[in-house]
Design a protein around this ligand. Structure first.
Ligand SMILES: Cc1ncc(COP(=O)(O)O)c(C=O)c1O
Length: 398
């Protein structure tokens, strides 16, 4: 039988596959260090868990409006106003089952067959597959390390065609950890307005920025014209250690919000009612838990980068946010680890897990086959152990 050609053209998530492989080796009793998973290792803060327990006890266990409860949509509007200088009405907000679902909804709502979406590479690997699922065509633009992996005007002009419908950006970035500056965003905003296209701004890592001179700016806040063409996607997975709760949200021009709401009403009805209550507590409650986690990530960022800098043949930019270190391993190409000659980041990652039991993500699926990504959302003890082993391997490589 012939199944869906579209589904057959979609690659499964390689980051989830790496996590599964690491878990399987762990089950066999091997001492695995994993830098694979993009998930805070902290527990969800107590007051958020308490709100969920209360929600169950108080009977918030039924369907909610498909775009989410008014209480939560209002809490999202308040958050966007307070933290991002953005004015939205609850009718412009859709709560979904995680940031991933929010993004998928956006592509389904805006794309027609063959519409192009410009994706600056390296990119979070799901973007291109989501665009394809929605019938669009991903247009990958390979940014340069010397530009901090930010899109330049020239690259943008070259990528643009009559079919361009949207650009997607993420800051801080997964996988590079770099943060867009006001100038980067201004250039993009001018282009989007001039061409009358849309921009999707994935702000899921906004609270994880480590340097005093870096600040999260939502591109939608740069003026009315760009606000009208921006779709903001965010969520609580990364900033509140709530990956398992599956809550993401979208803020969009009203016509797009209506389309998303209608799609969602048929696909999933509403996001989990209890998780919505927990998210209200996360957004409206005390924020010191977020700061505590940010400071822990900052300490790890400083440590892991310092260790990487001392390892020969590897090179990376100091990440400014998120919790990833993006390392160029091409300096090792042509060298041998035992019998195996290394020609790609995938080779290096394979040797690393087989010989040193360290799981990292090779970044071909992120658009950069010479790079590996290390998630430092793991304990300092694991980071030290993992970096010792990577150093050991590189020193053994001839
Ligand atoms: C850049 C980016 N956007 C969105 C998401 C989706 O997050 P979630 O669906 O867990 O809320 C992730 C998760 O890894 C991500 O890295």
């Amino acid at each position: 039988m012939k199944f869906s050609v579209k589904a057959e053209g979609i690659k499964p998530s390689s980051t989830l596959a790496i996590s599964a492989k690491a878990a399987q080796l762990k089950e066999q009793g091997l001492d695995i260090v994993t830098f694979g998973v993009g998930e805070p290792d902290f527990d969800t803060p107590e007051h958020i868990k308490a709100a969920a327990i209360r929600a169950i006890e108080e009977g918030h266990t039924r369907y909610t409006p498909s775009s989410g409860t008014l209480e939560l949509r209002q809490a999202v509007c308040d958050k966007l106003k307070r933290e991002n200088d953005l004015e939205y009405a609850p009718s412009q907000i859709i709560i979904s089952n995680g940031g991933k679902h929010s993004l998928m909804n956006v592509f389904m709502a805006i794309l027609n067959q063959g519409d192009e979406v410009i994706i600056p590479a390296p990119y979070w690997l799901s973007y291109s597959e989501m665009v394809k699922i929605a019938g669009g065509t991903p247009v990958l633009v390979y940014t340069k390390k010397e530009n901090n992996f930010m899109l330049s005007k020239e690259e943008l002009v070259e990528a643009y065609t009559e079919k361009t419908k949207a650009i997607i950006i993420t800051s801080p970035s997964n996988p590079t950890g770099m943060v867009s500056t006001r100038e980067d965003l201004q250039m993009l905003a001018e282009f989007v307005v001039e061409k009358d296209i849309l921009i999707i701004s994935d702000e899921i890592y906004e609270k994880l920025i480590y340097d005093e001179d870096k600040k999260h700016i939502s591109i939608a806040s740069l003026g009315k014209e760009i606000y009208d063409r921006t779709i903001v996607v965010n969520g609580v997975s990364k900033s509140y250690a709530m990956t398992g709760w599956r809550i993401g949200f979208t803020a969009a021009p009203i016509e797009i919000a209506k389309l998303i709401s209608s799609l969602q009403s048929h696909m999933t009805s509403n996001p989990n009612s209890i998780a919505q209550k927990a998210t209200v507590a996360a957004l409206n409650g005390p924020q010191d838990c977020v700061e505590k986690m940010r400071l822990a990530f900052k300490e790890r960022r400083d440590y892991i980068f310092e260790r990487e800098e001392k390892i020969p043949f590897l090179s990376a930019l100091k990440p400014e946010g998120a919790f990833y270190l993006f390392i160029d391993v091409s300096g090792i190409y042509g060298k041998k680890a035992g019998e195996i000659e290394i020609h790609s980041a995938a080779d290096f990652a394979a040797v690393l897990i087989e010989q040193k039991y360290v799981a990292v993500v090779p970044c071909a699926d992120f658009g950069m086959p010479d790079y590996i990504r290390l998630s430092y959302a793991t304990s300092m003890e694991m980071i030290k152990k993992g970096m010792d082993r990577i150093e050991e391997l590189v020193n053994e490589i001839q």
